[in-house]
Design a protein around this ligand. Structure first.
Ligand code: TEU
Length: 564
């Protein structure tokens, strides 16, 4: 084994988007008590840890990713006592709790920013990033993720402040040691409270190119340029993360995973496998960015299976002694099945299982995003009135303002709007899917009467039960986390196949990504088929000697040769 054993490599994480998981008080919004009430479900799934989306005080311009108090709970979600009860009940059930750490920016309603914007000589002023205007306009040409410009004018000081996200999310100035101290103390406070780790929001964007030069890429529809080369992995971000690790968690058995955008494998290794380990794992977006163009995610770029395999393989091969968080989707992405599989028709649920089978056997720690285990898909949004996300709404407004084609706008929103992943968890076929007795803050996916937890529980062949088996298998087989990955048939346009090898044991994983039956000569180098470990079709047999035949969207795990 190239890597040390750790609990966080050997369990599956489940991502909860608190606002959409379970409402307990009828206000139409999920809350902490709702999660407490559903712990049985998590136990039944068999997961070992949750990633709890942001629950701190927030004006919710970006659904909790705009924090106004890091040490208090958003009223809509409950109280600190609820958080503590959730922690205790999860721990009693052997489930760890990883919290979301959002420290690239705060809310503009955070007391630090409210003081900072008042006067240049306020001690908090330097907590954020300020620049004078240039020719009566923004200091540079940077576009933000969510709004036209990454700058907002502040009258009281006659300056602009930088916000890579919405204008209610000013970026913190990480070069200020006082900011770093505040963050480390806050993190320690959460660990003392019993958090088992941090998912670190856009953690590789903390530093920006000194001098904040204009970005060189292509102008977007508003005439700004997205500055990816000036915001990601910029020195001294590694130094700061090493400092963070040293000050907060180097000596603790916790888990940290960094959400890292615009990162290549070399940087990934530096974050997770350097001499002074900064993070335990990173999320790479290489396979996620595949279907977007340089101008950004809204501009669809078609893809083919060999490219998906190549992107995932590169990370498998090059992360070295580091570690990956594995995911098909999260709260920012379309539903996995709509993006990588087939969202309707007879093979929908089979395909959902196949995607799970492929992901869970890669080397890394799998993250299941809520609803993925039900085979949820994107939403047929009837109008922009149903959308809730600042990113979707700003995009729609920009499209309309600049006269972009409606069909371009709708194609983009249906494909990529983050709202697709944020519809409420459908628990049963009753009104609002059992999510709330009130009016849900965002519409449910209209397929909830068929696609819901109660229905899935009753069907032994559901995606839900298949995910339970996958999750349980990981507890029995060190192969899943630790086996060495090797891609088979890189150019095959239809089949994703790879082997995992650990000691004397070898598994062959093969999945058909098409709606036709595919037959291939058995790849001799993987050894002879010895045992069918798992398949997403219940009548599957061990393949006959010499050939492999996979039905539409069929996926198999086959042990080959001798068992260790
Ligand atoms: O996401 C960062 C991020 O890159 C996303 O904004 C992504 O580019 C975008 O969603 C593509 O559609 C993190 C959080 O996961 C996201 O929910 C927050 O909105 C964002 O940071 C700001 O905190």
């Amino acid at each position: 084994m190239e890597t040390a054993r750790h609990w966080w490599k050997e369990c599956v994480f489940y991502q909860i988007y608190p606002r959409s998981f379970q409402d307990s008080n009828g206000d139409g919004m999920g809350d902490l008590r709702g999660i407490i009430d559903r712990i049985d479900y998590l136990v039944e799934l068999g997961i070992g840890a949750i990633w709890l989306g942001p629950v701190c005080k927030s004006p919710n311009d970006d659904m909790g990713y705009d924090i106004s108090d890091y040490q208090d709970i958003m009223e809509q979600f409950g109280t600190m006592a609820d958080w503590e009860e959730l922690r205790d009940k999860l721990h009693e059930n052997g489930i760890r709790i990883m919290v979301d750490l959002v420290v690239n920016h705060t809310s503009d309603e955070h007391p630090w920013f409210m003081a900072a914007r008042r006067a240049k000589d306020d001690p908090r002023h330097d907590y954020y990033i300020w620049r004078p205007g240039r020719d009566g306009r923004e200091p540079n040409n940077w576009a933000s993720f969510f709004t036209p410009s990454a700058w907002e004018y502040n009258e009281a000081t006659d300056e602009y402040y930088l916000h890579l996200f919405s204008k209610k999310q000013p970026d913190l100035n990480w070069h200020n040691p006082a900011v770093r101290r505040e963050v480390y103390d806050m993190m320690t406070w959460w660990l003392d409270k019993g958090a088992d780790g941090f998912r670190m929001d856009v953690i590789n964007l903390l530093c920006k190119t000194p001098g904040l030069p204009d970005a060189a890429g292509k102008e977007d529809m508003n005439g700004y340029v997205f500055p990816s080369e000036h915001i990601a992995n910029i020195d001294p971000v590694h130094t700061y993360l090493q400092e963070m690790a040293r000050e907060v968690y180097a000596d603790k058995d916790i888990f940290t995973v960094g959400e890292c955008l615009f990162m290549d494998t070399e940087e990934g290794r530096r974050y997770t496998a350097g001499e002074n380990r900064e993070l335990h794992a990173v999320f790479s977006f290489s396979h996620i960015d595949m279907d977007g163009q340089l101008e950004g995610k809204w501009y669809y770029r078609p893809w083919k299976l060999p490219e998906l395999k190549a992107r995932l393989t590169r990370w498998q091969d090059e992360i070295g002694k580091g570690w990956l968080g594995l995911f098909w989707s999260n709260q920012d992405q379309p539903r996995a099945l709509s993006r990588f599989g087939v969202a309707s028709g007879p093979y929908r649920m089979r395909c959902a299982k196949m995607l799970g089978l492929v992901l869970h056997n890669l080397r890394g720690t799998p993250f299941v995003y809520q609803g993925e285990e039900l085979g949820m898909v994107n939403v047929p949004w009837p109008s922009t009135d149903q959308l809730r996300d600042v990113e979707s709404l700003n995009f729609a407004a920009n499209c309309r303002r600049t006269g972009a084609d409606e069909s371009f706008m709708w194609d983009a929103l249906h494909r990529k709007a983050r709202d697709n992943a944020r519809t409420p968890m459908p628990w049963d076929a009753s009104e609002n899917g059992g999510f709330t007795t009130g009016t849900p803050w965002i519409m449910l996916n209209p397929d909830y009467p068929e696609v819901n937890v109660a229905t899935a529980r009753e069907d032994p062949e559901s995606v839900f039960h298949f995910y339970r088996r996958l999750i349980a298998m990981r507890k029995e087989h060190l192969m899943m986390p630790y086996g060495k990955f090797q891609l088979i048939w890189p150019e095959d346009p239809d089949i994703f196949a790879y082997t995992k090898t650990l000691g004397q044991e070898r598994w062959f994983i093969a999945a058909n990504f098409t709606d036709k039956t595919c037959e291939r000569p058995w790849p001799d180098k993987v050894g002879e088929p010895a045992e069918l470990m798992l398949s997403n079709i219940c009548d599957r047999n061990l393949p006959a000697l010499g050939r492999l035949c996979l039905r539409p969207y069929e996926g198999v795990i086959i042990r080959c040769g001798k068992k260790a």
